[in-house]
Design a protein around this ligand. Structure first.
Ligand SMILES: *Cc1c(COP(=O)(O)O)cnc(C)c1O
Length: 372
């Protein structure tokens, strides 16, 4: 009675749109962290691999190793590391590792020595986001240690990268300039990289000059705009996810009936109430009460009474709505993930990554053998 349709063919379309935008000389890393933003990490990764993606990206190594265990052979970059990870499994499984500190480098070096295999690393530079990575003033010291590791054959410097704060053009352009400084410093020390990469979806769309050798796209692959402006379609992006449910009960009630917890809503005439089995456990934010809309039989209805854990109620007036009718929460013909994000005062990223486990996942266009 609750369904989440994930159209993997739309992921392929979106990848094509990004490739057309960046041109043939720029590689694309598909970000599949956080269960591919709630879309199913293994299924999305298999689709991207079948489409010839250059790299996959995960936040952490548990995700990267899950992809390897599922048979994914593409290059995978992971960038947030457990401070106690010994990196042995990751080097063993050919995961490209972001290096944000001397300490991480030393542990990677040790793992590489222990198993007699070189580790591929991407130097992470903090150009102003204030998250992970070495600052420009720490970079030279890290480069010296990396030189030693390269000469002993324990690491290969595959990449160097950074991440924008997306505060505004002034701040972003400052970061781009600092990234160029970092590249110049690395070049002075004789480093060459397979991939220099800076932009996520938003920077890829906003700063063509900053695409370097590769772009790292997450939200755009899922067909949504990174700008929370509901403009995904204008970029030629196609939403991948559609959340829907069935009406499970309808009832006629008199005028003046209070509905759901706290009676935020009273009927003002005799009307029909429709019960939908989706609540905040499904990722429909409770604070979207009064603002979110859903689509039933092609018509939009606001959710005016309190969204509960498992269900909400809509007043459908005298429309002919019956149990079994389809209710689109977002996607497809219903409101967009952006509409729901606006109603809940958040961003589309948070809507799609927090869909609950009680929706039955249905994949369209899945690659053979990737249903589980
Ligand atoms: C999540 C993430 C991305 C992808 O961001 P989108 O806005 O979804 O394209 C890229 N790079 C890094 C380092 C990230 O953490």
């Amino acid at each position: 009675m609750r369904k989440l349709t994930i159209d993997l063919n739309a992921v392929a379309v979106n990848l094509g749109t990004i490739r057309t935008l960046v041109g043939p000389t720029v590689k694309v890393l598909g970000v599949v962290k956080a269960d591919a933003y709630g879309h199913g990490m293994v299924q999305v990764a298999k689709k991207l691999e079948a489409e010839g993606i250059d790299f996959l990206g995960t936040a952490d190594l548990t995700e990267a190793l899950t992809l390897r265990a599922a048979g994914i052979r593409s290059r995978i970059l992971a960038w947030i590391h457990d401070p106690e990870d010994d990196f042995v499994a990751s080097v063993n499984h050919d995961i490209d590792l972001a290096v944000s500190s001397n300490d991480q480098l030393f542990r990677i070096q040790k793992a590489a020595k222990a198993i007699g295999k070189s580790a591929r690393i991407h130097i992470k530079v903090d150009t102003g986001l204030g998250r992970n990575g070495v600052t420009l003033s720490e970079l030279e010291d890290l480069l010296k240690h990396i030189k030693v590791a390269v000469s002993e054959g324990t690491v290969i410097t595959s990449g160097i990268f950074s991440h924008l704060s997306s505060t505004g053009p002034r701040e972003d352009l400052e970061q781009i300039a600092r990234f160029d400084e970092a590249l110049a410093l690395a070049a002075e020390h004789g480093f060459e990289f397979e991939v220099r990469h800076l932009t996520a979806s938003d920077g890829t769309l906003s700063y063509p000059q900053a695409r370097y050798d590769m772009v790292r796209c997450g939200i755009a692959l899922y067909g949504l705009s990174p700008f929370s402006d509901n403009k995904g379609k204008e970029f030629g992006l196609k939403p991948v996810m559609c959340a829907e449910a069935k009406v499970v009960q309808t009832k006629r009630v008199p005028s003046g009936s209070g509905v759901s917890y706290g009676y935020l809503y009273h009927t003002d005439r005799e009307t029909t109430l429709a019960l939908v089995p989706v609540g905040y456990a499904e990722g429909l934010p409770r604070n979207a009460t009064g603002k979110a809309e859903v689509c039933i039989n092609g018509k939009r209805y606001p959710i005016l009474s309190r969204i509960a854990m498992d269900q909400f109620v809509v007043d459908v007036g005298d429309a002919s709505v019956s149990p079994g009718d389809r209710v689109v929460i977002f996607g497809d013909c219903g409101p967009s993930a952006d509409d729901l994000a606006n109603a809940a005062d958040t961003i589309n990223y948070e809507i799609v990554t927090r869909i609950g486990s009680r929706l039955n996942r249905v994949y369209l266009g899945a690659v053979e053998g990737s249903q589980n």
